[in-house]
Ligand binder design. Sequence first.
Ligand code: AMP
Length: 285
Amino acid sequence: MEILRTLEQIQTFSKKSKESGKIIGLVPTMGALHEGHLSLVEYARRQCDVVIVSIFVNPVQFGPNEDYTMYPRCFAQDCEKLQLAGVDAVFHPTAQEMYPNGYCTYVMVDGEITHTLCGTQRPGHFRGVATVVTKLIHLAQADKAFFGQKDAQQVVVVRTFTKDLNIPCSIITVPIVRETSGLARSSRNRYLSPVERKAACILSQSLRQAKDAYIRGNHNADSLKQLVTQHLQKEPLALIDYVSLYTYPGLEPIQIISEPCLLAIAVRIGTVRLIDNVILGGDPL
Ligand code: AMP
C-alpha cells in the first residue's frame, strides 16, 4: 500500500493507474477509521481495480466552534486497517498542501439542499465538503467515489455538484453500518462515556419506532416526527438538534409520505453531536 502525502504523489499515482486502463475508486474519509469506513472500502474494492482512501481532516468544513482540533487522528492504526482491507494507496496530505497560502477557490452548492438539516446548524459545512471532495476526485482521477448513507445530506450535495459541474465520477452510496446495539458507527462515538454510549442507542431506537409506524400505515410526516421526538425526550442525556423529514433525494418538505423520504435526526449526547437517519418508502439511491 502506497502512502501519498503530496499533490504530486497522488497525481503521479492516478496518472499511472489511468494509463494502464484501471478503474479508480476513491473513498474520502477523515480517518479514525471504523467498520463503516471499511464497508466503503469493501464496496470500492468490488467495483474498482484501484482503491485510494483519503485521510484528511478538512479544516474548511468545520465551523469556528466545532471539533476540528479535537477530531481524532490515528494515522498509523488507520493504515494497518487499510492495508488489511487491501487498499492500494492512502492519500494523507497536510492542510497546507490542500490549501496553500493564497488559496481562494470554493465550491458552493446553492439551494435548499444545503440550507436544511445540518446546513442550518453548520453554516459553511457543505461548502467545505463540496470543495474538498471536488479536489479529491480530481486529484485521484476517480471513476467512482464512495459515500456512506449515514451522511445522507452529504450524498445529495455530492451528487448535485458532480452532476452540475459535469464531473465524470459516479457517486456510490453504501448502507449505514451499525453496532449490534443499533448505534450507527461514527468516529465521534469514541468520545462517548460508557453511560453516554448506552444513551446514544436512543437515536436508532427512535428511528426504528418511526419506521415501524410507517410500515403499519402512518404516513403523516408531523406525526412520525413527533413520535421520534417523544422517544428521544425519554432519554435525559439526549439534546435534540433536529428531527426532520424531507423527500429524498430532493430534500423538499412533505406532509403525507407518497415518495421515498429521509427521516433524519441530529442529537447531542453530552458534548458529542451524533446524526442518524432512515429512508421511508423505498431506497431511491
Ligand atoms: P468521515 O470520516 O466521518 O468523514 O466519513 C467518511 C465516509 O464514511 C463518509 O462517506 C461517511 O458517510 C462514511 N461513514 C461514516 N460512518 C459510516 C457508517 N456508520 N456506515 C457507513 N458509512 C459511514
